[in-house]
Design a protein around this ligand. Sequence first.
Ligand SMILES: Nc1ncnc2c1ncn2[C@@H]1O[C@H](COP(=O)(O)OP(=O)(O)OP(=O)(O)O)[C@@H](O)[C@H]1O
Length: 250
Amino acid sequence: MLSIKDLYVSVEGMEILKGINLEVKPGEIHAIMGPNGSGKSTLANVLAGKEEYEVTSGEVTYSGEDLLEMSPEDRAREGLFLSFQYPVEIPGVPMVNFLKTSINEQRKYRGQEELTAGEFLKYMREKMELVDMHTKLTNRSVNEGFSGGEKKKNEIFQMALLEPKLAILDETDSGLDIDALKTVARGVNTLRSPENATIVVTHYQRLLDYIVPDYVHVLYQGKIVKSAGKELALELEEKGYDWIKKEMAV
Ligand SMILES: Nc1ncnc2c1ncn2[C@@H]1O[C@H](COP(=O)(O)OP(=O)(O)OP(=O)(O)O)[C@@H](O)[C@H]1O
């Protein structure tokens, strides 16, 4: 589904990713952990197609296509979803309009009929239940005045509606209370299928109690320096990153 080969990325002339290699197959959940500033969000942003990140070398293939050649819009239409570390507010754009447009854009691209207002509302209500979303939020402008946790939950709600092939969740757990964390995990787990994959960027093992990854990778100084099963997250929780830094120094 996603194949990253020797990816180098710079921002404002500074090299941040220094040779990332990662293979994600359908059905898999990968967790990316690592110290602050190691390049986790940069990786997520490059995959989403954010402009200020310059790919200086390497390849990224998504469903057999060159992802780096695709516009951010086409990436989204092809089923790539990124939840941001800091979701943006879009004042004046009602949530319902935003979501309906997103869904229908995707359906048009896939040659499917657009949903009518009634069909969309029915679909939206189903998904609202799944992630415990309130109409007091869906009746407002996108993310405007939402609390940190509400923004995160809203991202998962959008994900549940769009049913992406590959979801990249950047620090979805930050700012969530324990009940919201479980709700978010339920949303992610419901989407889990042999056809879909998820990459979760997180600092804390606790999220991985609920979204159980197949692989955990440690990103350090722009490279994936360690990959293992879910037990690696427990080891990191217990020991921190110093032992990995020491191993790298040797
Ligand atoms: N737009 C930018 N301009 C300048 N530097 C940037 C930019 N984006 C990222 N960086 C730098 O790149 C490095 C990696 O940042 P990134 O946000 O990818 O790290 P991270 O692993 O996600 O960190 P955290 O765990 O703190 O969220 C940092 O030193 C950061 O300051």
